[in-house]
Design a protein around this ligand. Structure first.
Ligand code: ADP
Length: 498
């Protein structure tokens, strides 16, 4: 092992095949010829140079997506025809799974073991929405009187997707699978930290038979390529996952351009509330997983852990033991439990929050430091004696930092769980059905996990209350409806005076 936790022998660099913009079914250089570097978070070193899309490239991609929508086959095919292509695409993803998984590991620091779940999950999202593609229909409204009226569900048009870097493939298919099933065409901007898997799956889409122009992938930066999507006059919808600050900008740009519809899936500061009757070992496993899975880079991470006073001391002890035993290192190594943070900005931001926590008077129980001199590794960190108003309790840190708090009654648990501007997710650990029912109805969050955490599946809607977002949930059949619009059609019947 070298001092950054990365073992030389395990250092894998997958062959990188696609580094250019994917527009109209072709890999092309950016119009400006500019490139940017994508970085390996294990070492801070450059992986490869990527063509940098800017406004002109977004314009070019939107023009072909527009053409594909207005005159191309995709929105005009039957749902069954679209579904066949989507299923083929899913098969290709699984066939190329190892290579794809390595791309997310090398760019985002995801555990390679986890990417083995990410690949089938991504493929299953395609299959799930493929199954829905031929079940999109309106209703007959009137079948008597002077008029016959019915509704049509039509694809919304050209969609812009802007996605983050934390679980790149899952994010890609969370957005693309429902919108492509709906018959939309699209331009997707992956995060600048993680363009590689998006470009690879775009290539697979072409092999599967997705017509040129339907799916365009333009890597680039937020203020240039991202802003060009949210302010574009020819994009009918923007679907965004990322920070609250950027979500505001996206909404602002949408409002001041063509009033495109907006869906925002933003941050969280989700509570996990553990009651005295919980099984201690299971509760500790769940709390640890809920917070430290994917090094805390999960928008639904259970970062505020409230433990009822009767079991607090024991649970605190177990969590600290777990944090100390957690192996932080090369995400390719099967023995590793936690890889590097995805990028330098994120790494610096997390460390500065840890400093804040110490200055604000919270007790650092374990962790709190970076590891090694290379790469972006941070120890799993747990604070106790945390006050509700502290920044580490209120702000989304998006890193491996848990705030551990004690509560007495169920009423106090509800009040404190809801003491946040966010409302993405929550978890409850109890054996008491009444407690579980009361809590799940009282917590203002878009998903509540009872005796489990971070269970995200294709058919379970996911998205926040309050400042965690709005505009339709991701996942589930609801997500399909984000990409559809309703048209009413009215026609006279034979005895009409018209
Ligand atoms: P994070 O802080 O987690 O990186 P961001 O919200 O900044 O989250 O990034 C999420 C996505 O939004 C990325 O693809 C990023 O490039 C993009 N983005 C950043 N700024 C803007 C912007 N002003 N307009 C549109 N997209 C942006």
């Amino acid at each position: 092992m070298v001092d950054n936790g990365v073992s030389d022998s395990l250092f894998k660099m997958p062959t990188i095949k696609f580094t250019k913009l994917f527009i109209n079914g072709q890999f092309v250089d950016s119009i400006s010829g500019k490139t940017f570097e994508t970085i390996d978070p294990r070492t801070g070193e450059v992986i490869v140079k990527i063509s940098e899309g800017t406004k002109e490239d977004i314009d070019a991609a939107v023009a072909v997506a527009r053409e594909a929508f207005d005159t191309g086959p995709w929105p005009r095919m039957t749902g069954v025809e679209r579904a066949k292509i989507m299923v083929k695409w899913a098969e290709l993803i699984e066939e190329n799974g190892e290579e794809l998984a390595a791309l997310d590991t090398i760019e985002a620091g995801l555990l390679y073991q986890f990417t083995k779940f990410e690949i089938p999950a991504a493929a299953d999202m395609l299959r799930y929405y493929a199954g829905a593609a031929d079940k999109i229909h309106g209703k007959v409204l009137k079948s008597s009187g002077q008029f016959h009226a019915y509704t049509l569900m039509e694809p919304i048009g050209v969609v812009g997707h802007i996605i983050p870097w934390n679980v790149p493939l899952m994010m890609f298919f969370t957005k693309v699978a429902p919108s492509i099933a709906a018959g939309c065409t699209m331009v997707l901007k992956p995060a600048e930290q993680t363009p590689l898997s998006a470009l690879f799956v775009a290539h697979l889409a072409k092999l599967a038979g997705v017509p040129d122009g339907v799916l365009n992938v333009v890597p680039g930066f937020g203020p240039t390529a991202g802003a060009a999507i949210s302010s574009h006059m020819e994009i009918e919808k923007v679907s965004f996952t990322g920070s609250v600050e950027t979500g505001r900008e996206v909404m602002h740009a949408a409002a001041s351009s063509n009033l495109k519809t907006v869906s925002l899936e933003l941050g969280g500061k989700s509570p996990l509330i553990i009651f005295d009757d919980a099984d201690l070992d299971k509760a500790a496993d769940l709390a640890f997983f809920g917070m430290f899975f994917n090094k805390g880079e999960i928008c639904a991470a259970g970062s505020r852990v409230y433990v009822q006073e009767g079991i607090y001391d024991e649970l605190e002890k177990k969590l600290v033991e777990k944090a100390k035993a957690c192996v932080v290192g090369d995400p390719f190594d099967p023995k590793t439990n936690q890889g590097p943070q995805a990028d330098k900005n994120q790494f610096d931001k997390i460390l500065s929050y840890i400093e804040h926590g110490k200055k604000e008077g919270a007790t650092l129980l374990t962790g709190g430091k970076s590891i090694g001199t290379k790469g972006y590794f941070i120890e799993p960190t747990i604070f106790s004696h945390v006050k509700e108003e502290m920044r580490i309790t209120q702000d989304e840190i998006f890193g491996p930092v848990m705030t551990l708090m004690k509560f007495k009654t169920i009423e106090e648990g509800i009040k404190r769980a809801n003491n946040t501007r966010y409302g993405l997710a929550a978890g409850i650990v109890t054996k008491n059905i009444d407690t579980a029912n009361t809590m799940s109805r009282s917590i203002r969050a878009g998903i509540v996990w009872i005796n489990c955490y971070s269970i995200l599946e294709s058919d379970i809607p996911f998205g926040g209350y309050k400042m965690s977002g709005f505009g339709g949930k991701d996942l589930g059949l609801n997500a399909l409806h984000k990409y559809l619009q309703l048209k009413s059609v009215v026609t006279p019947i034979y005895n009409s005076p018209w």
